[in-house]
Design a protein around this ligand. Structure first.
Ligand code: NAP
Length: 306
């Protein structure tokens, strides 16, 4: 099968397309023919081994000190179940699925992958029926991170929330989810993304290139840092007494119930993944070069099956 492999850390050119053996499912696994994957900001960070100085050594000890242990990147996918292991009960051949590869030994930049049917590492569920494969692949990581952090912040009706970095993947889902929960949303983004963030449901938008959000009134219940580029001390300037700050820099966990909730919310029209660009697998290097710049809008998808 075709796969994109990297055997050393570095610039996007370290990603090489090659032929490798097709995997075979163990008893508890499903074999998925991948239709689409994504390039997340996490993928490009792993490829470039781009970690803050304090985390650099611990990260390299886990990921591979001199070269990556997991040589196929890609944290999200959608596709069709082609084969099931003997013990699999939840999926059948032909099911259309979506999910993540977090903590698995291999990623989704490939034509096939084996996933455990029950959560162990990686998550898999039936894909939303109304989303195509490219949209479905772009939902799990950004969507689950936004949902996890909004729940951590105790989002409820009539809260006033500011989402910093509302145009990224996590930010674009956080805006839609916060509106769904009945909150009033102010999105912070750059000039070129103002219309996009409004279209996702933000009632107010602030251009961070022209205005410092810290000068707003102290009227927010929640500040959600969706790009890891602001701080709690800055957010305090606009948080009411008892207000909460959450950030993508916090530890989050993937949960099956969150993946299933995202499916439901997509199917009821609450959530729609924002797709910036779609690249074929053969152009994975260009896709990484684009995401490396740090300005993607929503999600970047890799088309694996035509
Ligand atoms: N904790 C977790 O489990 C978890 C999960 C997923 C992601 N993350 C982390 O979350 C962060 C965001 O990831 P992502 O994929 O959603 O987005 P991303 O692709 O990293 O962010 C891109 C967006 O952020 C905007 N942006 C860049 N600099 C900004 C700034 N200084 N102020 C405001 N907006 C700015 C960009 O718009 P402009 O064009 O305006 O620059 C662009 O639209 C990453 O650091 C990622 O590693 C964490």
């Amino acid at each position: 099968m075709k796969a994109v492999v990297y055997t050393k850390y570095g610039l996007p050119g370290v990603l090489k397309q090659m032929e490798i053996d097709k995997p075979r499912p163990k008893n508890n696994e499903i074999l998925v023919k991948i239709h689409a994957a994504t390039v997340t900001s996490g993928d490009v960070r792993l490829r470039g081994s781009d970690f803050p100085p304090l985390f650099w050594l611990p990260a390299r000890l886990i990921l591979g000190l001199f070269k990556p242990k997991k040589t196929i990147l890609g944290h999200e996918l959608s596709g069709v179940v082609e084969e099931i292991g003997k013990e699999v009960t939840k999926f059948k051949v032909g099911d259309e699925v979506f999910g993540t590869t977090t903590m698995l030994k291999t990623g989704s930049y490939a034509e096939y992958i084996c996933l455990p049917e029950e959560w162990k590492h990686g998550l898999v569920g039936l894909k939303p029926v109304n989303l195509n494969f490219q949209e479905s692949a772009a939902l799990p990581i950004g969507g689950m991170t936004a949902l996890f952090l909004l729940e951590k912040a105790n989002i409820t009706k009539e809260k006033n929330i500011l989402i910093y970095g509302a145009s990224g993947s996590v930010g674009s889902y956080a805006v839609q989810l916060a509106r769904h929960f009945g909150s009033s949303v102010t999105g912070v983004c750059s000039t070129s993304n103002l219309e996009m963030v409004k279209s996702l449901g933000a009632e107010k938008v602030i251009d961070y290139k022209k205005e410092d959000y810290a000068s707003l009134k102290k009227e927010f219940d929640i500040v959600f840092d969706a790009v890891g580029k602001t701080t709690k001390s800055k957010a305090k300037n606009i948080l009411k007494k008892g207000g909460v700050f959450v950030s993508v820099k916090m530890l989050t966990h993937e949960r099956t119930e969150h993946l299933l909730k995202l499916k439901d919310l997509a199917e009821t029209g609450v959530l729609k993944p924002f797709i910036d660009k779609v690249y074929p697998l053969e152009e994975i290097v260009s896709a990484h070069e684009y995401v490396d710049k740090g300005h993607k809008k929503g999600n970047v998808v890799i088309r694996i099956k035509e």
